[in-house]
Design a protein around this ligand. Structure first.
Ligand code: F6R
Length: 627
């Protein structure tokens, strides 16, 4: 859960690595650091807090080095502190290491190294890597009785050290004696090499190098590479060379910047219409069907699946809760939606007759990856709904349906949720379609229903635009609500699934306690909490349960809570509502895509009114690559 960058070439390496590091701050930001060699010794500069603090710590230093590795941290082993910030060094101070991931056997390695006389200066798991490499380098030096380390020896020593590690890592290493090389290795944590002319970059993800290059190599699990300004030599863990084809990235560079908005989150909310349009693009036919030619399903494959399990974390899980209902309706098969961290340890009921759908924006969430592996080990077919091309999930699942949200930088997921719901709808319809090819009445009716969904999906971008046009009203409402101390989000059916996501959005960026409840459950306990100062947002977009919702909201009003209702255009508004948010009407299953847009705006403006750090909320990171 950290971010790594590195640079080797003719530019000043320190500012270049830092510039790219800023693009990774979403991965963690409790401390940051950088290592670069000068002519006498390895320079390590670290600071707690954000990268701006590190820049201040570098003021006045000689930063003319041509190689550097940098790190932004989200603490896992050892509290956030300067001593625990990366890079970490060996005893001699000649080898510097940055690492993203968790080294599971670090305690025993550390014990052995300490017994051999190595001195540790931090509480981190990472520091063992520097000492392990030091040990290997020392052994090589002893053999040839000199300290003139060659690049090949450096790579060999680093590979040998990494061979001792258990766990997940993306690692970059530099050595004082070789100021023109960076060694990197990855396993279960992302690492990208950006290729330049007479210079090369490395980073935890693609947007971090896009300012300088659009040609990248995505290292695979088990890969190592020795990088100089002119060359990238990729090998497997034993040093046998491996071929990794460079990819050309077509993303627009501006897509990774704020684009004139105050925050990435707001920019990304405004990208909702484009996101949905892009996710639908090329996947609908003129005659109202869904076309997913890249999915490896044949009708007979689908007939094999008796169950569907949907798995994800946070927002991705909430998208799965919506999909569960839609899939059960369309497919008439049991469908479970589970949180990945629970699924993997639940002895899950999955086998070769189960389709496991894993949802993830980043494609690197540790729990979701572990759930995928668990499902595969049990013989299930795994399908990823994932945003990041080249991510571990996209590559390791049996099939991937890419959401087309583009890079999402704000920690709070917004456009990715809309893209996930869109892709899940396509998947559900596609699977239903496989079974509805006959001339019988049921198949004919099902095809008509699918065509109705397809038409409704096409209207979504315009509906999201309508919601965005109401931003000033939502901002004014947010200003009033920002003084409330507690929020409930209530709904039934699809509205309850939307309520889950709305509550998460508000709490994570505004730090106001917010809880989602199935509306009918309020009187079974939580109603006791309602009093003046408590806001209750009731989603009333499902015709089947709209009247019941009205009664539930009356119960809240009677306890003097502030009632906000979300209603479809043209629907009656309950007289217990203090405030009303109106959204365009679409099919029940698609309502969460529409109703979430004002909820995202509401959360954004409440957080803004409270002066919160919207793009980087406290204690959170964008990509959770540890359990
Ligand atoms: C909330 C949020 C998180 C993520 C979760 C899964 O706004 O962003 O809850 O949804 O950490 O991340 P991905 O989708 O990358 O697997």
């Amino acid at each position: 859960m950290c971010g790594i960058t590195g640079y080797v070439g003719n530019r000043p390496a320190v500012p270049t690595a830092l510039m790219n590091l800023k693009r990774l701050e979403y991965r963690g930001y409790d401390s940051a650091g950088i290592a670069f060699p000068n002519c006498t010794r390895m320079q390590i500069v670290r600071a707690t807090g954000k990268i701006a603090n590190l820049e201040r710590a570098l003021d006045g230093r000689d930063t003319t080095a041509r190689v550097a590795i940098a790190h932004t941290r989200w603490a896992t082993h050892g509290r956030p502190s300067e001593a625990n910030a990366h890079p970490h060094c060996d005893c001699s101070g000649r080898i510097a290491v940055v690492h993203n991931g968790i080294i599971e056997n670090y305690a025993e390695l550390r014990r052995d190294l300490m017994a051999e006389g190595h001195t540790f200066l931090s509480e981190t798991d990472t520091e063992v890597v520097a000492h392990l490499i030091e040990r290997e380098v020392a052994a090589a030096e002893q053999e040839r009785a000199s300290d003139a380390l060659s690049p090949a020896e450096f790579a060999r020593a680093a590979r040998a050290a990494i061979g001792r590690l258990r766990g997940a890592y993306a690692i970059a290493v530099i050595a004082q004696q070789l100021p023109e090389f960076v060694f990197v290795a990855r396993k279960d944590s992302p690492l990208v090499i950006g290729l330049g002319e007479g210079e090369n970059f490395l980073a935890s993800d693609i947007p971090a190098v896009m300012r300088f290059t659009r040609r990248v190599i995505l290292l695979e699990d088990g890969d190592c590479a020795l990088i100089s300004a002119e060359t990238v030599v990729a090998t497997d863990a034993r040093g046998c060379s491996v071929d990794r084809e460079p990819l050309d990235i077509t993303w627009d560079d501006a897509a990774a910047e704020k684009g004139g908005f105050d925050h990435f989150m707001l920019k990304e909310i405004h990208e909702g219409p484009r996101t949905v349009r892009d996710t639908l693009r090329g996947r609908l036919t003129d005659d109202g069907a869904v076309a997913l030619p890249r999915l490896p399903f044949q009708p007979e494959d689908w007939a094999r699946f008796r169950r569907v399990a949907i798995v994800g974390c946070g927002t991705a899980y909430h998208a799965g809760v919506v999909a569960k209902r839609l899939f059960e309706h369309l497919l008439r098969r049991p469908v479970e939606a589970s949180v990945a961290s629970e699924f993997r340890y639940s002895d899950p009921l999955v086998d070769s007759e189960t389709l496991v759908v894993l949802i993830s924006q980043s494609g690197e969430t540790a729990d979701t990856l572990a759930a995928m592996r668990e499902a595969r080990a049990r013989g299930a077919t795994t399908l990823a709904i994932v945003n990041v091309v080249g991510s571990t999930l996209a590559r390791d699942a049996d099939a991937a349906l890419l959401t087309q949200a583009g890079p999402e930088i704000g920690v709070a997921s917004t456009k990715a949720y809309l893209a996930q719901l869109t892709a899940l709808s396509l998947l559900g319809l596609y699977l239903a379609q496989i079974e509805a090819t006959g001339d019988d009445a049921r198949s004919t009716a099902r095809r008509a229903e699918i065509a109705e969904y397809v038409a409704a999906l096409c209207e979504l971008p315009a509906m999201i635009e309508t919601c965005l046009a109401r931003e000033p009203e939502i901002a004014a409402l947010a200003e009033k609500l920002s003084r409330h101390s507690c929020f409930f989000f209530l709904g039934r059916g699809y509205d309850f699934a939307a309520a889950l996501e709305a509550a998460l959005k508000l709490k994570e960026i505004s730090y106001i306690h917010a809880e989602a409840y199935p509306a009918g459950e309020m009187k079974h306990g939580p109603l006791a909490l309602v009093e003046p100062g408590v806001a209750v947002v009731g989603f009333c977009t499902q015709p089947l349960t709209a009247e019941k919702m009205v009664s539930n909201l009356k119960e809240v009003k009677a306890r003097e809570g502030t009632v906000v209702t979300v209603v479809r255009e043209g629907d009656a508004v309950s007289d217990s509502a203090d405030e009303v948010i109106t959204v365009p009407a679409t099919l029940d299953a698609l309502m969460p895509i529409v109703s979430m847009v004002p909820m995202q705006l509401l959360s954004y403006y409440v957080a803004k009114a409270r002066g919160c750090d919207i793009d980087q909320p406290r204690n959170l990171a964008k990509s959770v690559t540890v359990e």
